[in-house]
Ligand binder design. Structure first.
Ligand SMILES: [Mn+2]
Length: 283
């Protein structure tokens, strides 16, 4: 067996084997450190199912993503303990990369602690994250690998960190960001120019994480820790287009999609974003 994964739905896309793929989707279904609304373990299934509603032709780019070579590696079977889950995730991604090193990976979460495995394997120089939260806590609810600590752990490994769409954090997190040169933009101050100003000078390669809670609540009501006052769909798409056109992006994730009902609003937002990422990355 290539990878210990499973898959409950097929995406509404023709897929190829991992060996021949230019893009690989992999699910990291985990909600072991969720602090408020549970259900992120269903995120990858919900996103795949929500693709059934979408056209594979992306108007914006004149690209039909059904013509791309996309593989679905399934969902990694993760244990409940976060540190064990991170180890298993790392092994699965290493195995994926041993089969195909060139394909662009897109990971579907799962709560934000599942961004550790891809970053550990892909070793980017910069981490660009869209998130309502700073995620710069040293420890939360007894774990240094809680979803609320992910940006801090990544930064401690020498990775440059830039955070967009923030409207939640602690005084300590803000202090840590200031003292450690971590740039972040409040959702109220977010605009395209502010994004470009900050990311233009980041070192490459870049890993991009989209915590789905960066969007305003009507777009993403089913997520672990919703926050009002978020970004619009096109804010994020425009920013990602700039990055994929001009920078070396080695991987994406879409995290914190949650819920227990097929077709929920958050999964539709995430699936549409996934299709846009595939479309823009193929240009
Ligand atoms: Mn968040």
């Amino acid at each position: 067996m290539l990878l210990y994964t499973y898959r409950s739905f097929d995406m509404e896309l023709p897929t190829v084997s991992i060996e021949e793929a230019d893009y690989v989707i992999m699910g990291l279904p985990f909600d072991g450190t969720t602090s408020y609304k549970p259900g992120a373990r269903f995120g990858p299934v919900l996103i795949r199912q929500a693709t059934l509603n979408l056209e594979s032709y992306i108007l914006d780019y004149d690209v039909d993503i059904a013509e791309l070579k996309i593989a679905d590696a399934g969902d990694v079977a993760l244990p409940v303990n976060v540190e064990d889950a991170i180890k298993v995730g790392i092994e699965a991604i290493k195995e994926l990369r041993s089969v195909n090193r060139k394909a662009l990976p897109i990971f579907l979460g799962g709560e934000h602690s599942m961004t550790y495995p891809p970053v550990a394997v892909l070793k980017p120089k910069s981490y660009v994250v869209f998130d309502a939260h700073l995620d710069l806590r040293d420890s939360y609810q007894g774990s240094r690998f809680n979803h609320a600590c992910v940006a801090r752990r990544i930064h401690e490994n020498g990775v440059e960190v830039a955070i967009f769409g923030v409207r939640s954090g602690t005084r300590e997190e803000v202090k840590y960001a200031t003292e450690n040169g971590i740039e972040w933009v409040h959702a109220r101050d977010y605009n395209f120019d502010a994004f470009v100003d900050l990311v233009a000078s980041l070192s490459e390669p870049i890993y991009v994480s989209i915590d789905i809670d960066v969007f305003d609540i009507p777009l993403v009501p089913e997520t672990g820790t919703p926050e009002p006052g978020g970004l619009r769909f096109w804010d994020v798409v425009n920013a990602l287009e700039w990055l994929t056109e001009r920078k070396n992006v080695v991987g994406f994730d879409i995290m914190e999609v949650s819920g227990d009902k097929l077709g929920n609003v958050t999964s539709i937002t995430a699936a549409k974003l996934l299709f846009h990422i595939l479309g823009m990355s193929s240009r």
